[in-house]
Design a protein around this ligand. Structure first.
Ligand SMILES: NC(=O)c1ccc[n+]([C@@H]2O[C@H](COP(=O)([O-])OP(=O)(O)OC[C@H]3O[C@@H](n4cnc5c(N)ncnc54)[C@H](O)[C@@H]3O)[C@@H](O)[C@H]2O)c1
Length: 261
């Protein structure tokens, strides 16, 4: 289910007309970012496997001057990633902003993890972030710069249970962010990591957020208000905009000050 944006965002004139790719942009935080960037007048392409929800989001936003475009892409498959970016480059040229957002936080018990499951978890949570960045970098370089946002997670900062592989990948994303920021900095490509706290997405609400869990999260946060997908989108807009021109290689939390597990 796609929730409508519940907040009016600041306007960033520098984002109008920008070519923005958002992975996992069909539901949850990704959907809020798809909507928020499209409302800035950016041309958004969002890549997802959630066919129905993504098609629904595209239909909801088709009234916008530059309607976001959904591309079905399984990010586990590197050939599909290559094909999608080739199609985007052919249609609109180089990408200005890449938001590496797609992930999967399925829980797992240590004893159940096989080598194949390990590989699959790294592929769904980490590997595509590198290869999407690799795909957009030459065009950004030729264009004189760009912005890449990687979605990390507060989970490993808090040492949450039954998430060892997800947290390994998410810790890796902070290292990847620094590595890419260093290597791409000379080309004025900025790379930053957004670290959400406990965000009230449809999936989180459905799977994990019982009333007890809800109370526990609120008690552990400095603010007793839930973080919503549009709160994360607000940070993404700023970091992608020209107003963040000197921000790179860093992690930015949007977690209502969540310090306890
Ligand atoms: N929701 C939270 O509380 C929270 C907390 C910390 C970090 N994050 C991070 O924020 C980002 C967004 O989280 P979310 O809660 O909106 O996630 P979500 O699970 O609700 O949505 C993820 C999206 O990625 C897509 N996706 C998953 N696997 C894919 C694949 N193989 N190919 C293409 N698309 C795929 C899904 O279809 C979905 O649309 C993720 O990187 C997540 O790790 C979320």
């Amino acid at each position: 289910m796609n929730a409508p944006l519940a907040m009016a965002h600041a306007s960033y004139p520098s984002l109008a007309g920008k070519r923005v790719v958002i992975t996992g942009g069909g539901t949850g935080i990704g959907a809020a970012m798809t909507e928020a960037f499209a409302q800035q007048g950016a041309q958004v392409y969002f890549l997802d496997i959630a066919q129905e929800a993504s098609a629904r989001l595209a239909a909801q936003l088709r009234h916008l001057p530059l309607a976001p475009r959904f591309m079905h892409c399984d990010l586990l498959d590197l050939a599909q990633i290559t094909a999608c970016f080739e199609a985007i480059f052919k249609a609109v040229g180089p990408v200005d902003v890449l938001v590496n957002n797609a992930a999967n936080d399925d829980r797992h018990a240590l004893a159940d993890v096989s080598p194949a499951y390990w590989d699959e978890r790294m592929a769904v949570n980490l590997r595509h972030q590198f290869f999407c960045a690799q795909a957009v970098a030459p065009g950004m370089r030729a264009n004189g710069g760009g912005a890449i946002l990687n979605l990390g997670s507060i989970s490993w900062h808090l040492a949450l249970p039954k998430l060892a592989l997800y947290m390994t990948a998410k810790a890796g994303i902070e290292g990847l962010t620094r590595g890419l920021a260093r290597d791409l900095g000379p080309d004025r490509i900025r790379v930053n990591c957004i670290i959400p706290g406990a965000v009230r997405t449809p999936r989180q609400t459905e799977l994990w957020h019982t009333p007890d869990e809800e109370a526990r999260i609120l008690a552990a946060q400095c603010l007793d208000q839930r973080v919503e997908p549009h709160d994360v989108a607000a940070l993404a807009l700023f970091l992608a905009s020209a107003n963040a021109a000197r921000c790179t290689g860093r992690d930015y939390f949007v977690d209502a000050g969540w310090y306890g597990a």
